[in-house]
Design a protein around this ligand. Structure first.
Ligand SMILES: [Zn+2]
Length: 269
């Protein structure tokens, strides 16, 4: 069983418009090819012709039981209608988590403006995910996406379940401390590479992830994710395979932690 907790259906080649349906079909085909059983699709903090809204994705994945939606929230632009809409989706169980994009937008995770969202996440028992580490775009401001800032949020909201995306790369050491210290903090290994891992980079990252597990203990906090289509699924599965780790611990990362955290009914897959 494999659960990918981090995929996108944004169109990153903005010279042409691709339909949402085509993006979802491509995701599904790629999952089948790589024997991935379930994926979470993360919407953006921006909505435009290349980046569908949460509403569009919730409606488009109806009937696709191997996909779940994580709603991207804009720190700068949300309004009372967004709160109401997302609240309703959460109540109906149509959203698996909320995603925030510090770095891409200028805010720290413990900003009081986001309290209303965190209270909603606690009430409906869904995790909140944070972009963390390097930004894909040079216009991002990385002081905001440093994983150390997650610690304030984790301490102030002990009932909030938090995911540090990309293990805070390149600040993986800071991420491992925040995960080690706070039992409500998890991390996904997505987006460590654009496209395929080179042999050299794979060796480097293998060491980094193994070091994290050595320090922070049994990986019941670590989640498999790719950041597809930015990262290649096949290359990521190979990376996962070669981690020096007992099989039962790899299973935690591949799907068991995710199934529990995101409340995914694997019996139905
Ligand atoms: Zn991503």
């Amino acid at each position: 069983m494999i659960i990918d907790v981090h995929t996108h259906i944004n169109n990153y080649h903005e010279d042409r418009v691709v339909s949402l349906e085509d993006c979802l079909n491509l995701l599904t085909e790629t999952m089948i090819k790589n024997k991935v059983d379930y994926s979470l699709v993360l919407t953006s903090y921006k909505v435009n012709e290349h980046r569908p809204s949460t509403k569009q994705v919730v409606e488009a994945i109806k009937g696709r039981n191997n996909l779940g939606v994580v709603s991207g929230i804009s720190y700068l632009n949300y309004n009372h209608r967004d709160i109401r809409e997302i609240g309703e989706y959460l109540e109906k169980g149509l959203i698996k988590a909320l995603k925030f994009y510090p770095g891409y937008e200028p805010f720290y995770p413990n900003d009081s403006r986001l309290k209303v969202w965190y209270e909603m996440a606690i009430e409906y028992d869904v995790p909140v995910m944070f972009h963390s580490g390097d930004t894909y775009a040079p216009t991002g401001k990385v002081k905001y996406s440093h994983p150390l800032h997650i610690d304030d949020l984790a301490v102030d909201f002990p009932d909030l379940k938090i995911v540090i995306c990309h293990v805070g790369n390149p600040w993986i050491r800071d991420c491992m401390e925040v995960v080690y210290k706070n039992k409500n903090v998890y991390a996904d290994i997505s987006g460590l590479v654009l496209g395929d891992f080179s042999d050299k980079f794979e060796r480097f990252m293998k060491k980094e992830i193994e070091e994290m597990i050595t320090y922070a203990g049994d990986p019941n906090y670590l989640l498999y994710g790719t950041d597809w289509p930015i990262s290649n699924m096949k290359s990521y599965l190979k990376f996962m395979d070669q981690l020096e780790l007992e099989d039962d611990k790899k299973e935690l990362i591949r799907w068991k932690n995710a199934a529990e955290l995101f409340n995914i009914d694997v019996a139905k897959l």
